[in-house]
Ligand binder design. Structure first.
Ligand code: FAD
Length: 429
């Protein structure tokens, strides 16, 4: 008797979540599954190192590798294309070849994994972002290279700097890493005494990170801000950004000289010569267009990372909806880091494999997800661990280890992770 035809698994997105799930499925089911990864980009990018690109400490080629050969070595088909629409009832996805958008094609699937990450919502505040705005971004390699050009111009004629995350943001870790690295870069360039640096955030306190903080995070972050002379604005809601000025609807400014009571910034402005602000994320356009997400375009899943209505659609990574675990007056969203994206991808892949094989699925409630993270500060940093990132009340472990080893750990991790993803060893730690 011949064996049944392999099931078709289509994965939208070939980054932390999508590529991890593709390798894992192939490892689990071998020839019993046909895996296709669709991504509009042809390279896997180690996004956490984009914070170093503006300062010239990394080029995008050093922190990325081509997806096609990596996939093909493991028997995975790779298509460089944009997914345009998902038809969940008919079980197919319309794609368009990158470069020839008129060449459309329909890909059929038995199982679909949505791992399309975020759409960066620059228009949350007029004047934010590199597309017609006045602030830089580090969310993509292209943005980070643009931020590098602006940085080179800034070094010739320095002035005040504003770095942070707008109302509704979720990516505070990257904003902290960027401001600490920028401060370090100015010290190396012997320009630090000519520049005031202000961190602008919708967080209610430093070290909140959109998750209510970790034990000792607030004290440690405030200490570090004072130590290196950074000012900060909390509960910031921005009205708009005009050339050289950030306009505040609300926010309280704390300076290193007088950080006890904040200065009310409602209706006020702060000047800048170099600005980098991270806006909120929405779900990817294809998800929003296909009506498979919530009001922000994120996919609501059950504890198997399965769509609530379509049991053959799964989601992983930033594409998944996660409820905010901590209040935040100015609007904070929840961070979904690379490690968390991998955890979700492993769970989704295991459950797709179990569905194909007719075996019981394994739950992974969001409250049980742990988090390991390195926050780099140029030549030092903090290694962070908690056993329950999205359930602050139930945490048993919250560990922060500051020191130069955090920076060395990120250097090592970058190399290790790129090797692991290029060679498909996603079941390694
Ligand atoms: C500047 C920055 C720094 C960060 N630093 C850290 C850090 O230090 N540590 C950490 O753990 N996390 C960090 N993160 C978060 C981390 O990058 C994310 O958690 C991770 O990238 C999420 O992976 P993902 O696969 O869900 O989404 P993404 O990495 O965003 O990938 C989504 C993929 O889907 C593709 N895609 C989207 N739409 C379509 C479409 N319609 N058709 C085809 N392809 C599509 C995209 O091209 C992309 O490759 C950082 C994020 C940023 C922005």
């Amino acid at each position: 008797m011949s064996s049944p035809a392999p099931k078709q698994v289509l994965i939208l997105g070939g980054s932390f979540a999508g590529l991890t799930a593709a390798y894992e499925l192939k490892r689990l089911l071998k020839d019993r599954v046909q895996v296709t990864v669709v991504d509009k980009n042809d390279r896997f990018m180690f996004i956490p190192s984009l914070v170093w690109v503006p300062f010239g400490w990394r080029d995008p080629e050093q922190i990325s590798f081509p997806l096609r050969p990596a996939c093909e070595r493991k028997g995975i088909e790779f298509r460089q294309a944009t997914a345009l629409a998902i038809d969940a009832a008919q079980q197919h996805v319309e794609i368009a070849e990158v470069g020839t958008p008129d060449r459309k094609e329909t890909l059929r699937y038995d199982y679909l994994l949505i791992a399309t990450g975020p759409h960066v919502q620059f228009d949350i505040v007029p004047g934010v972002g590199p597309h017609g705005g006045y602030t830089e971004s580090i969310c993509t390699a292209e943005h980070a290279l643009q931020a590098r050009e602006a940085w080179q111009r800034f070094l010739q004629d320095p002035g005040p700097v504003i770095v942070g995350a707008t109302q509704g943001s979720s990516c505070y870790g990257a904003a902290y890493e960027f401001i600490f690295n920028l401060e370090y870069a100015l010290r190396r360039a012997k320009l630090r005494d000519r520049v005031t640096i202000t961190y602008v955030t919708s967080e209610p306190f430093l070290g909140h990170f959109g998750i209510g903080g970790l034990k000792h995070a607030q004290g440690m972050t405030e200490w570090f801000f004072r130590h290196v002379g950074l000012d900060w604005v909390l509960n910031a809601v921005l009205e708009r950004v005009t050339p050289g000025l950030v306009h505040f609807r609300s926010g309280q400014l704390f300076t290193t000289k007088d950080d006890k009571k904040g200065v009310d910034l409602a209706g006020q402005t702060l000047p800048f010569k170099y600005g980098m602000l991270i806006p909120p994320f929405l779900g990817a356009e294809v998800v929003r267009r296909s009506g498979l997400g919530n009001e922000r375009g994120f996919v609501v899943t059950d504890e198997y990372f399965r769509h609530l209505k379509y049991p053959n659609i799964f989601a992983a990574g930033v594409a998944v909806a996660v409820a905010p675990p901590a209040p935040c007056e100015a609007g904070c969203s929840v961070p979904k880091t690379g490690y968390i994206s991998e955890v979700m991808a492993h769970t989704a892949a295991a459950n797709i494999a179990a569905s194909i094989e007719g075996k019981p699925l394994t739950p992974k409630p969001q409250a049980d997800i742990d988090a390991k993270c390195i926050l780099d500060a140029g030549n030092q940093g903090i290694i962070m661990y908690t056993d329950r990132i999205y359930a602050p009340q139930q945490r048993r472990w919250q560990t922060l280890i500051p020191g130069p080893w955090a920076h060395w750990a990120k250097l090592l991790f970058e190399k290790y992770f790129l090797w692991k993803m290029r060679t498909g060893r996603v079941n390694w730690p």
